[in-house]
Design a protein around this ligand. Structure first.
Ligand code: ADE
Length: 254
């Protein structure tokens, strides 16, 4: 997959060199390029914003640098990217949408700042460049700009590209796959006494006995029950979608 990101803060995207995404790039599973919008300005101050028509607070990103940046990106490979524009007014970014985007050959992200990007840029990308333009929101809150949203979305998408996550089984039972939240996990030791003890009466914490039983069926049942209970407690809104998952009836009774 190819991903291009246009931003006025290229340094904000530095974490995309690290960990899973960094390795995916080194393994040539992901071709990621970050572009500085200011390189597509022509004045001494590298101006990217101006006051909004109609008045109001804040500044709006000017159309010309964006048009030049997107045209430049469009020339970097054959075909056309899907242009994702992080914005609180966008369509919700979900695990399901991440799965769909992970199948794309080419994605581009336009990181807005201030009050947003002049709306004509989207018309230009669609009409002049022939790109599909999709505003996407990380959630119902307002960030300072699109960069943090891009970090989250690129990570969510890239880990679904075949080969990026070593053990693909680990993708199956995590939260938002199968409509339920993930089950709790534990590692050694089986009985853990925190050191140094925080209080005079030190307490030991045990791993649930079922996980130590070696009984695979009992472990699978326990984990499924945990997923259901967590979803009921934390995200009851997800349960309508999960109504077909076996075992739900047990919980509805209690
Ligand atoms: N930019 C500002 N707020 C955002 C949000 N909630 N999601 C995506 N991009 C944003």
């Amino acid at each position: 997959m190819r991903i291009d990101v246009v931003t006025i803060f290229p340094e904000y995207l530095a974490p995309l060199d690290l960990s899973l995404i960094g390795k995916a790039r080194r393994d040539d599973l992901l071709d990621l390029a970050i572009h500085d919008l200011r390189q597509f300005t022509h004045d001494r101050h590298n101006t990217v914003d101006d006051t909004p028509y109609g008045g109001g607070a804040g500044m709006v990103m000017k159309p010309q640098p964006w048009a030049e940046a997107l045209t430049h990106v469009g020339g970097l490979a054959s075909g056309a990217p899907r242009l994702l524009v992080p914005a609180p007014s966008g369509r919700p970014f979900t695990q399901e949408y991440a799965r769909a985007l992970a199948e794309a050959e080419w994605l581009a992200f336009a990181c807005g700042r201030y009050e947003g990007i002049d709306e004509r840029v989207y018309a230009y990308a669609a009409d002049a460049l022939g790109w599909e333009v999709v505003p996407v929101s990380l959630g119902d809150y307002v960030l300072g700009g699109g960069e943090v949203a891009v970090l989250a979305m690129v990570e969510a998408i890239a880990r679904l590209i075949p080969g990026v996550v070593g053990n693909e089984e680990s993708l199956v039972e995590e939260s938002h796959e199968g409509g339920l939240l993930e089950y709790p996990v534990y590692t050694k030791p089986a009985t853990w006494l925190p050191q140094p003890p925080a209080a005079a009466a030190a307490t030991a914490y045990d791993v649930p006995a079922t996980l130590l039983s070696g009984n695979h069926k009992a472990i699978a049942d326990w984990r499924h029950q945990q997923r259901l209970e967590r979803t009921v407690a934390r995200r009851p809104d997800l349960l309508e979608a999960a109504a077909t998952v076996t075992g739900l009836e047990d919980l509805e009774g209690g």
